[in-house]
Design a protein around this ligand. Structure first.
Ligand SMILES: [Zn+2]
Length: 126
């Protein structure tokens, strides 16, 4: 119980320091099981990483556009619905920066999907 509270404090401190990004934070409804398994510190790192994406790193692309640029395959669990930044079609999109980060961190893709953490980059609110 005390430990959970401490973890929340870490997250809240982080939110305070990034007040301008609060809207994005509030939209994340973290799955409790995934939160425990991934760990709140890692979650804070992931959020920080996603918020720090700039320029092309923010691009979310559909499978078709992704394959034109690169042949790395990502788990379908790292895709989310949105409008492709390349062809502007609605569909399942991957953000290569986020997908690579999740892979590098060694987080199970299904667990990541369950967690409720962003799979694609979204500007503030939509
Ligand atoms: Zn596309």
């Amino acid at each position: 119980m005390g430990k959970t509270f401490q973890a929340c404090e870490v997250l809240f401190k982080y939110i305070e320091s990034k007040a301008e990004k609060e809207v994005l934070f509030m939209k994340i409804d973290l799955n409790e099981k995934a939160k425990k398994q991934i760990g709140i510190e890692t979650i804070a790192e992931i959020i920080k990483e996603i918020q720090g994406l700039t320029g092309n790193q923010r691009n979310n692309v559909c499978d078709e556009c992704h394959r034109k640029e690169c042949n790395t395959e990502y788990s379908i669990y790292l895709y989310d619905t949105g409008i492709c930044d390349s062809c502007e079609k609605m569909g399942d999109l991957v953000n290569v920066s986020i997908a690579n980060y999740v892979k590098d961190k060694g987080i199970n893709e299904i667990l990541y999907w369950e967690s409720g953490l962003p799979r694609i980059f979204r500007q503030g609110k939509d």
